[in-house]
Write a protein that binds this ligand. Structure first.
Ligand code: GCU
Length: 357
């Protein structure tokens, strides 16, 4: 039944015509990365090292956590932009596991940032509000984009998702410098457009040991071919949010068969690390069948590394399915489009099991 559905999508080959082996995959990987950046998200801007300044508040959340405001100041071509972030972690602990959270708002706590749950589970969290990186619109002279964008954006120049992911990667650079953090236990989490962003950052930066991709839908962890009638298509997303992507992506609107990739290319880049794709039953816009099939089609790459990929039943997913036993997890919770406490519970539980926490 699953195979039949997958066949209908007629997906491009993950091995790009090469051998279906681990070395075939490793050979295809650089090309796959290049295709995704060139045709969909746009190339990352060059690495520049920001100046960091911090303000510390030791007395937060009943004294159980340390809260630091960390400011990243980027300078280039006489332009400068500062991004404010929040670093919160259990007090007096070492070897901390950490989440980088891409959020819609700067607030702590926030409805998508259940701080007590995260701290009480033994994790730290490093959060940023995406609009503080660059505005969510077609203005490439806003925020961090202004430092890198050309006046007439070239066809493969970064879109906003790439620049948000760029910031997450700079946050990862910073966490490498912190002695209280276990560098092998840093993950990333994002919801919806920021789920797409978390997926991109996690796929391109191997330092992320786990990636939580919540309700990411179209151009995230959901296949673009043969989408459910009432779900978002490339036509919708490239019309309403063309600036999330590079200009090359627009040519695939209503033309998905011509895509030289599908979203399983991006998901597979995370192998053999852990990735979790979270769906919500009422979030039909994201196309949950295609999120599941994206996982299913990618799973073989984890197996090539000797890992368990997607461990699931032999049928399409139904409400309350939780397939989190492999390194490639998928679940379909009840309710609608949001990053809920239930989602956090599922991600933390799965990851803590792997970290023996
Ligand atoms: C819109 C968009 C989605 C996106 C979502 C969000 O619904 O069409 O692709 O995931 O916004 O970010 O909330």
């Amino acid at each position: 039944m699953i195979e039949k559905e997958l066949k209908k999508r007629n997906l491009p080959d993950l091995f790009l015509g090469g051998e279906q082996t681990l070395s075939g995959w490793e050979n295809a990987k650089p090309k796959i990365k290049d295709i995704l950046l060139k045709e969909e998200y746009g190339y990352f801007p060059p690495h520049i090292t920001p100046k960091i300044s911090t303000l510390i508040n030791e007395e937060t959340f009943g004294g159980k956590a340390v809260w630091e405001e960390v400011n990243f100041t980027f300078e280039k071509n006489e332009k400068s932009h500062t991004v404010k972030t929040n670093l919160i972690y259990p007090k007096g602990k070492t070897n901390l596991p950490f989440f980088i959270l891409l959020n819609f708002r700067p607030d702590v706590p926030d409805k998508y940032l259940p701080i007590d749950k995260i701290i009480d589970s033994g994790y730290g969290v490093f959060s940023v509000c995406y609009k503080d990186i660059t505005e969510d619109n077609d203005d490439f002279s806003s925020g961090l984009s202004a430092l890198f964008s050309s006046e007439t954006r070239s066809d493969s120049e970064f879109g906003k998702i790439t620049i948000w992911a760029y910031m997450a990667i700079r946050m990862m650079d910073y966490l490498q410098l912190r002695p209280e953090i276990d560098k092998d236990k840093i993950g990333i989490i994002g919801h919806s457009r920021l789920g797409k962003t978390a997926l991109l950052a996690g796929a391109f930066d191997e330092r992320f040991s786990f990636v939580c991709v919540n309700n990411s839908g179209c151009s995230g962890a959901s296949l673009s071919r043969e989408r459910y009638e009432w779900s978002e298509k490339l036509f919708h997303i490239t019309k309403t949010f063309p600036f999330w992507f590079c200009k090359n992506y627009l040519k695939y609107s209503n033309n998905e068969d011509k895509l030289p990739f599908d979203q399983h290319f991006l998901l597979s880049l995370i192998a053999p690390r852990s990735v979790y794709v979270g769906g919500a039953i009422e979030d039909t816009w994201a196309d949950n069948d295609n999120q599941f099939l994206c996982c299913y089609a990618s799973s073989k790459i984890w197996e090539l590394y000797g890992k368990r990929g997607l461990v699931c039943t032999e049928r399409m997913p139904v409400e309350n399915d939780v397939f989190m036993d492999g390194e490639l997890g998928f679940f379909l919770r009840s309710g609608g489009h949001c990053l809920s406490e239930m989602d956090w519970d599922i991600y933390i539980k799965a990851q803590s099991k792997k970290f023996n926490l």
